[in-house]
Design a protein. Sequence first.
Length: 245
Amino acid sequence: MKLIIFYVLLLCSAVVNAQYFEVPSAGSEPTKTFLIEAPKSKATVVFFQGGDGVLNIQPDGSNNRTNSPMIRSGALWKQYGINYVMVDSPYDLGDYRRTNKRGNADHLDRAEAVVRFYKNKFNVPIWIYGHSMGTVTVTKLANRSGNSLELAGVIIAGTHDGETVSAEFNKPVLAIHHKREACPGTPISASEAIIKSRPASTKSELVMIDGGDNTGHPCAGLAYHGFNNVEDQVVDAAAKFILSH
């Protein structure tokens, strides 16, 4: 396993420790991940990127998706005592307009291996979080192996249309959506449907975010879909849900 320790600059100009890990996989390539560690962490959140899932994370932390809300908000989690982990994909996973490969066994095996790696590393509750097409990975992983992985819960943001969370997955689920969502592949109804379908015995919540900026394609990271300039609200809502469960 390759480990390179380096430093990244927080939004507040304070320096935090960050690390690049390659998690072994049964596939031909390891899975690249990027960690921002919170001192005395209370939880770990593992993030699955939207779009085609390919970030091309480099050992210095650079990547090809700087407009992603998950990349932009990475430094915000530390203040809540939550470890941030971003997961890369070594191959194109498709998107809502093309063939969606997020249900294939190799992809889900990789996601599971990453969760186990960080669960063993920190021994704190671990949550999986997906934005946009990343919600496909998260819901399918929760349905396939969420209970065996002993996940603490699931967070979905800008949910892809048609996804479901099985009633057999009995851990908390938080859905976050922007009130002005305009991406046809991720309607507000997708998040609403998942929360409405959760068993009464489980914890679930839908948080609607408003405000921010809207630029470019409605399904891109700088549109309302990407929670542009309201990342702090999204992180605050998610962190409070995590820490209360």
